[in-house]
Design a protein around this ligand. Sequence first.
Ligand code: NAG
Ligand code: ZN
Length: 606
Amino acid sequence: MGFGPGHESYEILCSVTNKTVIFLLVSLFHMALSLKTLVQQCKSFQQIKQLQGYFITSGFFQYCPSRTKLLEVCAISPSGNLNYAIQMFNSIESPTTSDWNAIIRGFATSNEPKHAIKYYQSVFLSKFNRPDALTCSFVLKACARVLALFEAKQIHNHVIRFGFFADVLLVTTLLDVYAKVGDLDDAQKLFDEMGKRDIATWNALIAGLAQGSRPRDALGLFKRMEVEGLKPNEVTVIGALSACSQLSALVEGEAVHRYVTEEGLDGNVQVCNVLIDMYAKCGSVAKALGVFDSMKCSKSLVSWNTIIMALAMHGNGSGALEIFDEMGRVGVVPDGISYLAALCACNHAGLVSDGKRLFRAMVGAGIIPNVKHFGSMVDLLGRSGRLEEAYQIIKSMPMSPDVVLWQTLLGASKTFGNVEMAERASRALVEMGSNTDGDFVLLSNVYAAQERWDDVGRVRKAMKNQDVRKVPGFSFTEVKGVTYKFVNGDQSHQDWQEIYKKLDEIGFKVKEYGYVPETNYVLHDIGEEDKENALCHHSEKLAVAFGLISTSGGTPIQVNKNLRICGDCHVVIKLISKIYDREIIVRDRSRFHHFNAGLCSCGDYW
Ligand SMILES: *[C@@H]1O[C@H](CO)[C@@H](O)[C@H](O)[C@H]1NC(C)=O
Ligand SMILES: [Zn+2]
């Protein structure tokens, strides 16, 4: 008798086997499900290791999708451990793309994002796996962090080859890499190629352009967005406003402000804060105050700090302190930044006793002063001639003073002709390895004022022997939406001859007002006449002269300078504002100077 289909025992056996198989499958399924839950509930590294052990002993490790989940938890979550995840990954016989993704994503957010790129290259070369859109997205995030432009371009090719280009999110990530790396041309090109864009895309590009050195393009894009009928949101507006701040582009800033009001985006406190900052940086502190006073949303600490700093930078010390007091009255507790802003206000307005009072109040409130607070105090005391007090502050600091502090003291020593203090400060600077030409010039000028020519010679020799670093000064100004940059003695501008002609005219006119060039500001082995020329071709004067010849009367001229405005330029620009009846605003490294009718808002106190 054979044993086969139709035989009774066979049927029984089969049905038993089927049942067993089904039973086994069902229990496996339940186990897999509970594994999945267990993985999701994993809270500690210990649990991860336990679960991995369980996966291995139960035979699930090599094939179960929950294994990938466990790997992800280990590679990415705070309770995980990337090194351990890699060990785990290495013990997988045939990793899936998702396994690769877990590791690449783990590296992309780790301290060593460049390894994400290496793993990406391996998966790209492997025979068994192909990167998916997520792989590309994770590795691109790593590229953005290590500014890997070359690799990003390769991945760009892969994105096209694998047909992921329609994935707006992925392409936006790619665009974000270009924007962050500063390859704004490629960013813009990619943007133009994209068929579909969402706001995130616009935002990425606008923010990238604004933070890169292309705020003008950011603004252009913002306008295009409006033309294309897209609605910029809070994030876009913040990007556009920060572009305006960088450009000191008041007219554009006002246009964005109008949009903000129309769309009701001024209910967002961050937008309001950026607006305040934009107006202050574009030279209009009155408009900054206007925004601050009419805020519909409740003011945040940042709002208060921004307006106090704005008033401080514009030399309205009493106004800044008023608002600082008001802040306390309405129950907002000032932080270290608020105190710094208030100290700067005292500093720019010469309010010594207020500054001292605030510093004590800050320490009393339990806020530990940082080097900037100390710097502000040193500046305040130094400018008012209390050099010894300033020196004591530096000595009393719990942290080691930085170069800027000593430079501040040196500058004050020069102003008050205190040779001994100037020497102390210079010695400290030399010990710190600072070799900026300005420091040597200051010290040499201190000696020159005392007619100590031997010492002057010594300093000059030291300057020649040491590799003295010159920080080149430059200024820029905007005329009809175009930014023009000038360096000292610049002759590269196409209208340079006209600019120099204007400067000659200015030089002639200011002398009628009793102006005598302060050749102290120049230190070279050149004769007095050349010194005068070197002075009158300073970048800020070039920019102002250009402003005069290329804008019509009544238009304020705004100039930005990378260093502090030079003393001689300050005198001359005051006179220009009177002689030519022009409002001139110079934003230098530390503050704004509003020149009007022969006076400056800083009261010559800077
Ligand atoms: C200074 O700031 C205050 C605000 O606290 C303002 O009321 C005042 O008009 C400002 N003064 C000037 C000269 O701008
Ligand atoms: Zn000034």
